[in-house]
Design a protein around this ligand. Structure first.
Ligand SMILES: [Zn+2]
Length: 262
């Protein structure tokens, strides 16, 4: 079997025996791969730096059975700014856990890799406040993974930028405040109730809506380049977190841990 070269980001690591690791890596061409690092926990291993969580490196891999084995590696980016700060470290862990959850095996994951690398870079340099980085990542990763919300206009009256509106967390559509006040009219009733219980919604202002539109449509390297009045930050944080977790139908221990530190 011949070796092949691939750039990969380590998004998960598990110990295997005294010196080995089983790594989940994210690649552009092949999505998620499972790689065995033989002896990489040893301080004498030349692959020690490249096989740490958050390392982005060029690997030479050889396939044997269901796993890939490392024959050579070169570090491209170590994101050291993440590793010496507990808050950044826990947020970066959450980012990698989400990437690991949404990444598919054996298919191209160019956008996901780019977004994850850009997010880790932003965290390591703290280019924006961490909560801003987190919420933008949450919305963008949901959107790029097949859960793009339809933020174009109120789904009832077609208003494109209402003063206040609410996002239906389940189906990702918006309804403006005026239409919401008519919640019991037949046409919008289904937006609020499902089998008798209220559906989860998040109230958003026009500037939060505009910010969300920006986050899902900006070029990947520009997705954090928005400004939003500080008074409205919490509204953005709430809606992005709720939307991602609802779409993925799960929580993350790493997110709970990060939030316990803030
Ligand atoms: Zn409306």
């Amino acid at each position: 079997m011949t070796d092949f070269k691939v750039n990969a980001l380590i998004i998960k690591e598990s110990e295997s025996g005294e010196y080995d690791k089983v790594l989940t890596v994210l690649t552009e061409k092949f999505g998620k791969l499972f790689v065995v690092g033989k002896g990489v926990k040893s301080v004498r291993s030349r692959h020690m730096a490249t096989t740490q969580l958050f390392s982005y490196a060029s690997f030479n891999l050889r396939k044997k059975g269901n796993y890939y084995y490392i024959t050579d590696s070169d570090l491209i980016e170590g994101y050291y700014g993440i590793r010496n700060d507990m808050l950044r470290l826990s947020l970066a862990s959450f980012v990698c856990d989400v990437a690991c959850e949404v990444a598919k095996e054996g298919v191209e994951e160019r956008d996901l890799l780019k977004l994850t690398l850009n997010t880790l870079y932003a965290i390591s340099k703290e280019l924006r406040p961490l909560e801003i980085i987190r919420s933008a990542f949450e919305l963008r990763v949901a959107s790029d993974s097949g859960f793009m919300p339809d933020l174009t206009a109120c789904r009832v009256c077609g208003d494109e930028l209402p003063d206040m509106s609410c996002l239906d967390i389940m189906d990702g559509t918006i309804i403006c405040d005026k239409c919401r006040k008519n919640a019991f009219s037949a046409i919008v009733k289904d937006a609020f109730y499902e089998t008798g219980t209220p559906r989860p919604i998040s109230i958003i202002s026009s500037s939060v809506l505009a910010t969300m539109k920006y986050i899902i449509s900006a070029r990947s390297e520009r997705f954090l380049a928005f400004s939003l009045d500080e008074k409205e930050h919490q509204m953005l944080f709430d809606v992005c977190e709720k939307y991602l977790l609802n779409q993925l139908e799960r929580g993350f221990y790493s997110l709970d841990f990060y939030k316990s530190l803030t």
